[in-house]
Design a protein around this ligand. Structure first.
Ligand code: GLN
Length: 380
C-alpha cells in the first residue's frame, strides 16, 4: 500500500543502528561521533546538574543560551540576531517539527530538495503540507533555477532546505544560495534552513547562512544543533532563530511539543558556544582529517568515493566501484559479511530513487576507520 514514510515507519538510522548492535558491526551508518564529547562541556553539564535548578527553564530557553547562540552567530557568521530571536529546542529535529507546525497551513506547498534528510517529508505531511520534492542529479547535485521554478506554484509557501547537505556532504555555492534567496523573495516564501552542519565545512570554505542574503532576514528560520557543533548527539539541544513575528509563532508550537530542554545541558552548551575560534577550527581539522583518511583508505581498496565538502559523511559510488549491487543490497550484505553498517542513499530520495550510492560516517577514531576500511577491502 502506502510508501513507508506515510506510515512513519522506523527510520533507516535506527534500523541500521539496531542491526549493527545485533551483529556487532562497526557502525558507520547513523551519524554520530565516536568520542565522549569535549571534556570541559561534560564537566560544565555535571556541575550545573548539581548546583543549578532542575526545574523548568523558561519555555524559549535559558537566557544564557539564547544570548550565547546570538553571540556565536555574530562572531562566526556576522549575523545580527538578538537573544529574543533565538528559541531553544530539544534538538534540531524538534526545531524542524515546531517550525512546520507553526508555519504550514493545510494545503500549503513545501518545496524541498532531494536527497533530503529523512525526517522532512513525514513531518511536512503530518503538518498538513503538500510536499514538492525537487530531486537533484548526481554527482554534483547542482541547484538550478529551471528545476525550482518548475516546482513552485501560487500555493508554495515554504522552502525547507539543508546546507551543508546531509547525506551528500555538498556545500551549496554562493550562486545557488543567491538563487534560492531570490526565489524566496520573488514568490514570498519562508525559508526553513537546517544549518546543523555549519561548523563542519572543510577545506577552508566559510559557511554562508541563507539568512544573510538580501531580503532573507525577515523570512528565514535558521536551525542549529549543539549535538553536531560539539559532537554530543544524544544531548538533543538545538535552536531556531527568526525575526520576532515568526519567532512568536515558533515558540507557540514549541511550547506544546516539548516546552523546554534540560537546563544543565542548555547551560553547558552556552559555555561552549563562547569558546575561542581556535576550538572550532581544531574540531573542524580533526573531522577533515577523518574524512581524508576514510576517503584515501577506501580508494586504496578500490572504492570510488564521491567527494564530500562538509558534514560527517561521504558516499561510495557502487557502479563506479564495479559493484553490481543496489545500495540497499550492498548495505545488507556488508553488515552481515563485512561487519560494517552504512546507510543507502535511496533512504533520502523518496520520490526518485537514487540507488547507486552508500553513505558512510567518518566521525570516528582512526583505528575504527582503519578497521572498517580493512573489512570493506576484504569484502571486495
Ligand atoms: N542526523 C543523523 C544522521 O544523519 C541521524 C539522527 C537520527 O537518527 N535521528 O545520520
Amino acid at each position: 500500500g502506502h510508501p513507508v514514510y506515510r506510515d512513519m515507519s522506523t527510520t533507516i538510522f535506527e534500523h541500521m543502528s539496531a542491526r549493527a548492535r545485533e551483529t556487532g558491526a562497526i557502525n558507520l551508518g547513523q551519524g554520530f561521533p565516536e568520542g565522549p564529547g569535549p571534556r570541559a562541556m561534560l564537566q560544565a553539564a555535571a556541575d550545573a546538574l548539581l548546583t543549578r535548578s532542575s526545574q523548568y527553564p523558561p519555555m524559549s530557553g535559558l537566557p544564557e543560551l539564547r544570548s550565547a547562540v546570538a553571540g556565536h552567530y555574530a562572531r562566526h557568521q556576522q549575523l545580527d540576531l538578538s537573544p529574543q530571536e533565538v528559541i531553544v529546542t530539544s534538538g534540531a529535529t524538534e526545531a524542524i517539527a515546531a517550525s512546520l507546525l507553526a508555519l504550514v497551513r493545510p494545503g500549503d506547498e513545501v518545496l524541498m530538495l532531494a536527497p533530503l534528510y529523512d525526517a522532512y517529508l513525514p513531518l511536512v505531511e503530518r503538518a498538513g503540507g503538500v510536499a514538492k520534492v525537487v530531486t537533484l542529479a548526481p554527482p554534483d547535485w547542482r541547484v538550478t533555477r529551471a528545476l525550482l521554478e518548475a516546482a513552485i506554484t501560487p500555493r508554495t509557501r515554504i522552502l525547507l532546505m539543508n546546507n551543508p547537505v546531509n547525506p551528500t556532504g555538498i556545500v551549496l555555492r554562493e550562486s545557488e544560495l543567491a538563487l534560492l534567496a531570490d526565489l524566496c523573495v520573488t514568490h514570498d516564501l519562508i525559508a526553513l534552513c537546517d544549518e546543523v552542519w555549519e561548523q563542519t565545512v572543510y577545506d577552508g570554505i566559510p559557511h554562508r547562512p541563507l539568512m544573510a542574503f538580501p531580503g532573507m532576514r525577515a523570512r528565514t528560520v535558521k536551525i542549529g544543533s549543539a549535538g553536531k557543533i560539539f559532537s554530543v548527539t544524544g544531548w538533543k539541544v538545538g535552536w531556531m532563530c527568526a525575526a520576532p513575528p515568526i519567532a512568536t509563532l515558533l515558540a507557540r508550537a514549541h511550547q506544546f511539543l516539548t516546552f523546554t530542554t534540560p537546563p544543565n545541558l542548555q547551560w553547558a552548551v552556552a559555555q561552549g558556544l563562547s569558546w575561542p575560534d581556535a576550538w572550532f577550527d581544531r574540531q573542524r581539522a580533526v573531522y577533515q582529517a577523518s574524512r581524508d583518511r576514510l576517503a584515501a583508505g577506501l580508494a586504496a581498496a578500490g572504492y570510488v568515493v564521491q567527494p564530500s565538502g562538509a558534514t560527517w559523511f561521504l558516499s561510495i559510488d557502487l557502479p563506479a566501484s564495479a559493484i553490481a549491487l543496489d545500495d540497499m543490497t550492498f548495505c545488507d550484505r556488508i553488515i552481515d559479511e563485512a561487519g560494517v553498517a552504512a546507510i543507502p542513499m535511496s533512504a533520502f530520495c523518496p520520490q526518485s530513487p537514487v540507488t547507486h550510492l552508500v553513505r558512510l560516517c567518518f566521525a570516528k577514531a582512526d583505528a575504527t576507520l582503519d578497521q572498517a576500511i580493512a573489512r570493506l577491502a576484504a569484502f571486495r
